[in-house]
Ligand binder design. Structure first.
Ligand SMILES: C[S@@+](CC[C@H](N)C(=O)[O-])C[C@H]1O[C@@H](n2cnc3c(N)ncnc32)[C@H](O)[C@@H]1O
Length: 366
C-alpha cells in the first residue's frame, strides 16, 4: 500500500477533528450533479462524507489515514441508525444534554468492537462536551473560549454577535464593539505559529504555510462577521459559545436526517491514504479532498494531483480548501483540468467555515 508523506510526520492515534470544520453546503454545491456516481471523500470527522449522500451518489468511498477519524464516522453511522434527530444533536454536542452517556451506548450498540471500545474510553468527555467536542482542534477552541475570551469580551458582547442585523450594522459592531485592542492582542498570541503548532495543529502542518496565521484569521473573521451573517454561522457559534445555535452544519440539520439515514449503506469505508485509493485503478466522479494538499510539499502535491486525475472519470470535480498554503492545479496538469471560477466565487462568498483562504473547484476535462 502506498504511504502518504504526512503519515511519517504526525501522530494519528487520537481524534484531531471531532466535527468537520469545512462547510458541507459549499462542498456539495461545488461537487455539482453527482447522482448515480462514485464519490471519494476524506473522512476527517465524517460529517461531509455523510452530507455527500444528499447528492444521491451510487457510493461514497471514504478514506483516512487516521483510525480515530474513521471511528468518528462509525459513531455517526451508529447514531443516524439508532437515534432520533434531537437525540443525535444532543449526543454530538450541538444542544445541551444530561443523557449523552446513554445516547452514546445506544449509538454504539450495533458497531464493531474496536469502535465501541474507542468511544467508551471517551465517554466522560462525550458526556461533558458532546461527541463533536472531543478532538484536539475542539479542545483548542475550548481553551480559547473558556480561559482567554472572558478576559477580552463580556458574555453580553459574545451573545450580541449572534443577533441578526443588516450588513452595515455588522461592520459597525465589528469595528466599534468587537475588534478592540485586547481582541487583536489575543488573536496575535493565540494564533501564533508556535501556539497553534503546540495546541491545535501538528507543527508539521505548518511546514509549507506562508504568512502569519493571526493575520489570516483576522481577515477571515471579517468575512464571517460582516460579509456573512454571523447569526447563521454554526461554526462561529461553537467557537464562541461551545455549542451550535439555531444554525447547524448541513449534515446535522433536520431536513437531511432521513435522507442520510436511508443511504448509509452507500458509504464504503477504506481506512488508509487517498494515495492508496488512487492506485487501485478505480475511477471516481467527484472528490472531497478537504485541505489535505496543504499537508504536502509542492512536489508531493504535484505527484498526488496527477494520480488523482488518473483516477478521475471525465467531468469529475475536485473540491478542496486551502487554509494558508496556496494549492491549485499544478502547471503540468492545466490542460487536463478546468477551474470553475464562477462556482468558486459564488461559493466562497457564502462559505461559513471561515478559516480557509481559498476554496477550489476544478473539473477534469471530458
Ligand atoms: C486534512 S485534515 C483537515 C481537517 C479539516 N480541516 C476539518 O475541518 O476536519 C482531514 C483529514 O485528512 C486526513 N488526511 C490527511 N492527509 C491524508 C491523505 N493523504 N490520505 C488520507 N487522509 C488524509 C487526516 O487524517 C484528517 O483526518
Amino acid at each position: 500500500m502506498q504511504n502518504s508523506e504526512i503519515e511519517t510526520k504526525a501522530a494519528f492515534d487520537h481524534i484531531r477533528y471531532a466535527q468537520l470544520w469545512e462547510d458541507a453546503d459549499v462542498l456539495t454545491q461545488g461537487l455539482g450533479d453527482c447522482a448515480g456516481g462514485t464519490l471519494v471523500s476524506i473522512c476527517s470527522a465524517g460529517d461531509n462524507a455523510l452530507a455527500m449522500l444528499v447528492l444521491d451518489p451510487k457510493k461514497v468511498i471514504v478514506v483516512d489515514l487516521s483510525p480515530a477519524q474513521i471511528a468518528c464516522l462509525q459513531l455517526r453511522i451508529g447514531a443516524f441508525r439508532t437515534l432520533t434527530h434531537p437525540e443525535f444533536l444532543e449526543l454530538m454536542g450541538a444542544r445541551p444534554s444530561r443523557r449523552r452517556r446513554e445516547l452514546l451506548l445506544k449509538a454504539l450498540a450495533g458497531l464493531d468492537g474496536d469502535t465501541q471500545q474507542f468511544w467508551q474510553g471517551l465517554s466522560e468527555e462525550v458526556a461533558q462536551y458532546g461527541a463533536g467536542g472531543v478532538g484536539k482542534f475542539e479542545r483548542y477552541f475550548r481553551i480559547f473560549r473558556t480561559r482567554l475570551l472572558p478576559f477580552v469580551h463580556s458574555r453580553k458582547t459574545i451573545d450580541a454577535i449572534f443577533v441578526s442585523r443588516p450588513k452595515p450594522e455588522r461592520q459597525v459592531f465589528l469595528d466599534t464593539r468587537f475588534n478592540t485592542w485586547r481582541w487583536r492582542l489575543l488573536l496575535s498570541t493565540f494564533f501564533s505559529r508556535f501556539v497553534m503548532g503546540r495546541m491545535g495543529r501538528d507543527k508539521a502542518f505548518f511546514d509549507h504555510v506562508d504568512g502569519s496565521p493571526a493575520q489570516h484569521v483576522a481577515r477571515r473573521i471579517r468575512h464571517a462577521a460582516v460579509t456573512c451573517d454571523p447569526a447563521m454561522n454554526p461554526y462561529l457559534h461553537w467557537i464562541m459559545k461551545g455549542d451550535h445555535g439555531e444554525a447547524l452544519p448541513m449534515t446535522w440539520r433536520a431536513e437531511h436526517f432521513e435522507v442520510i439515514r436511508s443511504r448509509l449503506d452507500r458509504i464504503e469505508i477504506r481506512p488508509g491514504s487517498l494515495e492508496a485509493f488512487v492506485s487501485t485503478g478505480e475511477k471516481a466522479d467527484g472528490f472531497n479532498l478537504s485541505d489535505i494538499f496543504e499537508y504536502m510539499s509542492p512536489e508531493v502535491f504535484r505527484d498526488v494531483y496527477g494520480q488523482i486525475l488518473n483516477a478521475s472519470a471525465p467531468g469529475a470535480r475536485l473540491v478542496y480548501w486551502n487554509m494558508m498554503a496556496p494549492r491549485r492545479v499544478p502547471e503540468d496538469f492545466r490542460n487536463r483540468v478546468e477551474t470553475l471560477s464562477e462556482v468558486e466565487t459564488e461559493l466562497k462568498a457564502i462559505d461559513k467555515a471561515f478559516f480557509y483562504s481559498d476554496f477550489v473547484v476544478e473539473q477534469v476535462r471530458a
